[in-house]
Design a protein around this ligand. Structure first.
Ligand code: HDD
Length: 712
């Protein structure tokens, strides 16, 4: 039974899918053809004059095949080149009629189809997923009133205040143009040169160097519209709004050392994680949140609400959760959908409007412009993934790759010959009418003085970080600025962050070979915002990946009990052994191995479990890869569980010696550091609970202080 209700114009969750269906082509049991539909009898040899002779011009099949291949690439996006997309739907919790007339925000029964593309910003299309970078979070809502695009990032603010600087910041952070090095990294001279000459970047740098720059998963990442928009209701009342996406799994990140190793072990880590979660039916979910300000509140704050380098602290302006997005379908074809999707912040619907945020104003030009070159002309809205589900009637005709066959001779307006059809729609008919904002000013190339404070919110963000988060930021400075060759730039980085927090500047200087500031600044900002610290996020074990290290002779009962507990919590165990194939337990049960130590790595898991079994543990103890695997998981502060003889493996890894003073019998030695052990077979159930709780914590930062001593 179809339980999905359709709204008036027939748009529902499946509408986009049905529309795409027309374009989908399967190739099951079909003869090979040319692009003209001619059946092809042979495709492995070109047509030659004699078996050893030259290829003939008349080989139309050869020419068509090679020509198409030669043209198979389109320019990658200038920024956000690497990404991954998925389909889904959005449902509002209750009507927002008091705030906006946008139809997709009125009826909780309506499931509006969406397509989301997550991305990194700096790297090329083939770069690694886990580099330190901002992540793009762009959503296309296929509403009955036309496409609405919310083109956001996973950080609520931006580097610069005015779009005219966008080419400069992007040129500075991209690989240096003489040698095209480094790929997908801000850790080089040109970026930090730009940075020290533009203090408006200071705030964003702290976010970028925080854990937000290396998300564990697209599923565990917030999204932000960043710019300030307007909501307009039926009565024409306007309010300022900021958009948020809140992931139901919480906000979690990798450890920098881990992120770098993953870039080699599995460069598709985030992309694969999204794909697999959807294939497994564990659909990523995000709540849409809004922060709303009345027009009269525009000047109530100590920052300018139109300044995109500032966020609106949730403690001052609460986030109201207004609906939920569920991503439930992977693409059929990466190129056709994820690569060709074209987002544009100017794609709005009645009820949503712009503000004078100078970054947003520039964006409203750039996205349409970039699609013209990237997608080869002005008809990219006809590409299936970009087609609105709302009907399209324009007087536009022709140009490259036109698909629509427009009938009739009238393609202008007004006209008499076609009774002025298609006719401009009045506001009552749903025609988009821009908010009548009064604008009055001199023509100037200047910035408002209300945009000039570049340090207060940077200090607010710094104050909001937990101690481990602060430590990560300092280490990120040591990496990023440590890679800078020019000493003056390094000194100026320290000077700049001295304006944010004196101790921060001293700590940065200590790792990058330049003197600490002679006078440590205190700009007198004492406020903090608990909402921006990941320490306060939702913590769940669900959907985490657990490495299970076993060899022949493992204890089947112990493993079985844990596997059942994992299943109940939707945690995914992966069986790892020296060799792929089958293993036998001590009581002759058979177990299939999924990965060996060459095909996988500790960095690809959230936790490690080592079940007992004398023979299995003796074998593991002699295996350097297994010892390294556990040490590395420990170094990256992950949950580790071991039962019975498995505990001896941890002792062999000398984790106890390095970390916490504990008893040598190994029982519960490490538990406060997320290492959970059990020696008693009767306590397996409480052990499983404790281990799952330890996995849910994501990382055990109390190990941080000792991680440099870990041999991994
Ligand atoms: Fe942008 C792509 C997000 C500022 C110009 N941007 C792009 C994408 C995201 C963002 C998520 C990838 C969309 C996709 O997956 O296809 N951009 C942002 C955010 C910004 C921002 C949140 C600050 C609030 N962008 C920004 C400015 C400009 C651009 C100031 C230019 C003046 N952005 C572009 C672009 C891109 C783009 C060059 C490259 C590919 C594309 O548009 O389709 O037009």
């Amino acid at each position: 039974m179809d339980t999905v209700q359709k709204n008036q114009s027939g748009v529902n969750e499946n509408t986009k899918n049905e529309q795409l269906e027309i374009f989908r082509v399967g190739h099951d049991k079909e003869p090979l053809t040319s692009n003209q539909g001619l059946k092809v009898s042979h495709t492995d040899d070109s047509l030659k004059a004699g078996t050893r002779g030259p290829t003939l011009m008349e080989d139309f099949h050869f020419r068509e095949k090679i020509t198409h291949f030669d043209h198979e690439r389109i320019p990658e996006r200038v920024v956000h080149a690497r990404g991954a997309g998925a389909h889904g739907y959005f449902q509002v919790y209750e009507s927002l009629a008091d705030l906006t007339k946008a139809k997709f925000l009125q009826d909780p029964a309506v499931k509006t189809p969406v397509f989301v593309r997550f991305s990194t910003v700096v790297g090329s299309r083939g770069s690694a997923d886990t580099v330190r970078d901002v992540r793009g979070f762009a959503t296309k809502f296929y509403t009955e009133e036309g496409n609405y695009d919310l083109v956001g990032n996973n950080i609520p603010i931006f580097f610069i205040q005015d779009a005219i600087k966008f080419p400069d910041i992007v040129h500075s952070i991209k690989p240096e143009p003489d040698k095209e090095i480094p790929q997908a990294s801000a850790a080089h001279d040109t970026f930090w040169d730009f940075m020290v000459n533009n203090s408006e970047l200071a705030h964003m740098i702290l976010w970028l160097l925080s854990d937000r720059g290396i998300p564990r998963s697209f599923r565990m990442m917030e999204g932000f519209g960043v710019n300030t928009f307007r909501l307009i209701n039926e009565q024409g009342q306007a309010r300022f709004v900021k958009f948020h996406w809140k992931p139901l799994l919480g906000v979690h990140s990798l450890v920098w050392d881990e992120a770098q190793i993953i870039a080699g072990k599995d460069p598709d880590f985030n992309r694969g994680d999204l794909w697999n979660a959807i294939e497994d039916g564990e659909f990523p979910e995000y709540e849409l949140g809004i922060q709303v300000l009345e027009q009269e509140q525009e000047f109530d704050f100590n920052f300018d609400i139109l300044d995109p380098t500032k966020f609106w602290p949730e403690e001052l302006i609460p986030v109201r959760r207004i609906g939920k997005m569920t991503l439930n379908r992977n693409v059929d074809n990466f190129f056709a959908e994820t690569e060709q999707v074209a987002f544009h912040p100017a794609n709005v619907v009645p009820g949503i409007d712009f503000t004078n945020d100078p970054l947003l104003q520039g964006r409203l030009f750039s996205y349409l412009d970039t699609q013209l070159i990237r997608l080869g002309g002005p008809n990219f809205h006809e590409i299936p993934i970009n087609r609105p589900v709302a009907p399209v009637h324009t007087n536009q005709r022709d140009a490259y790759h036109r698909m629509t066959i427009d009938k009739g001779k009238v393609s202008y307006s007004p006209n008499m010959l076609q009774e002025n059809q298609p006719h401009p729609a009045s506001e009552l008919e749903g025609g988009y009418v821009h908010y009548e904002e009064r604008v009055d000013g001199r023509k100037v190339r200047e910035r408002s003085s209300s945009f000039k404070d570049h340090y207060s919110q940077a200090a607010l963000f710094w104050n909001s970080m937990s101690d481990p988060e602060k430590q990560h930021i300092i280490e990120a400075f040591h990496f990023e600025v440590g890679k800078v060759k020019n000493k003056t730039i390094k000194e100026r980085v320290v000077d700049m962050f001295n304006q944010v927090n004196g101790q921060l500047a001293i700590d940065i200087a200590s790792g990058i070979g330049v003197p600490a500031p002679t006078v440590a600044c205190d700009i007198g900002i004492t406020e903090s915002s608990a909402a921006v610290s990941q320490a306060n996020t939702t913590k769940l074990a669900n959907t985490r990946r657990i490495a299970v290290l076993v060899e022949n002779g493992y204890n089947h009962n112990e493993l079985l009990q844990l596997m059942e507990a994992f299943k109940l919590t939707a945690v995914h165990p992966v069986i790892i052994s020296k060799q792929q194939g089958m293993l036998s337990s001590s009581d002759s049960h058979q177990l299939e191995v999924q990965e060996n130590y060459h095909t996988t790595s500790s960095v690809l898991y959230d936790a490690v479990y080592i079940p007992g079994g004398q023979q299995s543990i003796e074998s593991l103890m002699t295996h350097g890869y297994a010892l390294h695997f556990i040490n590395q998981a420990f170094k990256h502060c992950k949950a580790i569980g071991a039962s019975n003889e498995g505990v001896d493996m941890l002792i062999e890894c000398k984790l106890g010696e390095i970390s916490l003073a504990g008893s040598s019998d190994g029982s519960q030695v490490f538990s406060d550091a997320g290492v959970v052990t059990v020696r008693n077979a009767n306590q397996m159930s409480s052990f499983a609970d404790e281990f799952l709780e330890s996995i849910a914590q994501h990382r055990h930062w109390c190990r941080q202080a000792i991680k440099e001593m870990v041999r991994a």
